[in-house]
Design a protein around this ligand. Sequence first.
Ligand SMILES: [Cu+2]
Length: 187
Amino acid sequence: MKSPLLTLMLCAAGLATGGLETVQAAAQTVVHSAAQAGHSMPGMGMPGMDMPARPAKPLTSSLAVKALKLVQGWVSAAPPGAEELSAYVVLSNPGKVALTLTGVSTPTAGSAMLMTTARDAAGRESMQMTAAMKIPAGGTLKVLPGQAHLMLRKFGRQPQPGENVSVTLRFSDGSARTFSLPVRKLP
Ligand SMILES: [Cu+2]
């Protein structure tokens, strides 16, 4: 693990092919037992991983963050009983200043985190929590299936297809932007 913040997560697909070997050394290994639509992380008690449901401070956006464009964004509907949902966004940054996404929160879920996804040569998928995602000046950040996701956990009531989820993204310049993302069923 590169940082104590990073927690290696392994999907069920990886387990089926013996993927556990690759993560034995990780202090905090979490098994994703559900399909891609929703992650189930039984017994997940990792202090410090969770973000508060609502930011403590009023939200303000810098000009650079205000200029960000949401190219696309949605929340993947999960099967009944799933404890987690993935949200996806594509953000383009028309400005001359690079921005860094540092956090996510939503009133819909008790906690949320940024995660990257990687697939190894054997096709095993693993996920890692990450503290930052860069949006280059004049560039685009793609938080899309197979690359990354915003993981939302701890629902009072699971959001359903057709509903919208308000998702607040926070940035390293202290700014935040809130987007309303539709809940979509997986194809
Ligand atoms: Cu995940």
